[in-house]
Design a binder for this molecule. Sequence first.
Ligand code: AMP
Length: 113
Amino acid sequence: MSDNCLFCKIVRGEIPVDKLYEDDEILVFRDIAPQAPVHFLVIPKKHVNSPATLAAEDEQLMGRIMRIGCEIAKQEGIDQFRAVLNNGEQAGQTVFHLHVHILGGRNMSWPPG
Ligand code: AMP
């Protein structure tokens, strides 16, 4: 846990979110500024700064994050979606607590801007 991390505060229940799923190591909630009809975030409860700082011991956790993200996408009625991981400011990371964006419900363009 990191005291000043926004997503750690969400994990601790200090900031309310629209929660879609929770277990002992993962939390899923809707993005506050949705970029698609369905847009939610899948995060580990433990603080991991960014994808590039994942440790070997986090491999199973990351697999669960992806699997649960897919399950919630199905639950939200999107069988086609984009999963996004931003690593670093240049890539668009603004919250430095690892998260997978799941976006769906509209056509997506490629490459991303
Ligand atoms: P990134 O730019 O990849 O770091 O994504 C951070 C995401 O967190 C953005 O899409 C924000 O809209 C989202 N976000 C920031 N604060 C909150 C919040 N309080 N509740 C839900 N989503 C948030």
